[in-house]
Design a protein around this ligand. Structure first.
Ligand code: 5GP
Ligand code: ZN
Length: 136
């Protein structure tokens, strides 16, 4: 299903023109209009899912296979020396467009783009988190 007021639904389905790097029945891959690095692109499912929690399992599987394909292509043609696959869910995580997407971010030795600042994990917190989160 598409969502009428969703810009990524319109881009993914070709209703708004975009710099398209790949398209198939389920996805469109486009250049990000505010790139973090040269080649920064977005994988957009053609169907509307707001975020990872809502994503269809079959689409989720295909999305990672496509991310791998695009990463290999970018490595080959852009000669990037690293690669970040980033996916934000919710405003607190930096999601600004509420249509599931994956960021393909080629990295080069000459740029520094720290994604987070590591903090300390003490053993008590680790044990509490394991008992809270561990998937049965
Ligand atoms: P988020 O912060 O939601 O994970 O990422 C949204 C991304 O979409 C941002 O990197 C932003 O630059 C990009 N973006 C927002 N609007 C458009 C658009 O109309 N076209 C394209 N190609 N990218 C967009
Ligand atoms: Zn949408």
């Amino acid at each position: 299903m598409k969502k009428d007021d969703c810009i990524f639904c319109k881009i993914a389905n070709g209703e708004i023109p975009s710099s398209t790097l790949y398209e198939d029945a389920d996805f469109r891959v486009v250049l990000d209009i505010g790139p973090a690095t040269k080649g920064h692109a977005l994988i957009l499912p053609k169907e509307h899912f707001e975020n990872l929690y809502e994503l269809d399992d079959a689409v989720a599987s295909k999305a990672l296979v496509l991310a791998k394909k695009m990463a290999c292509r970018m490595k080959e043609v852009l000669h990037c020396t690293g690669f970040n696959l980033v996916q934000n869910n919710g405003a607190a995580a930096g999601q600004t467009v509420m249509h599931f997407h994956m960021h393909l971010i080629p990295r080069y030795d000459d740029n520094a783009l720290p994604l987070w600042k590591p903090q300390e994990l003490n053993p008590e917190d680790a044990a509490a988190l394991v008992s809270l989160i561990r998937q049965p």
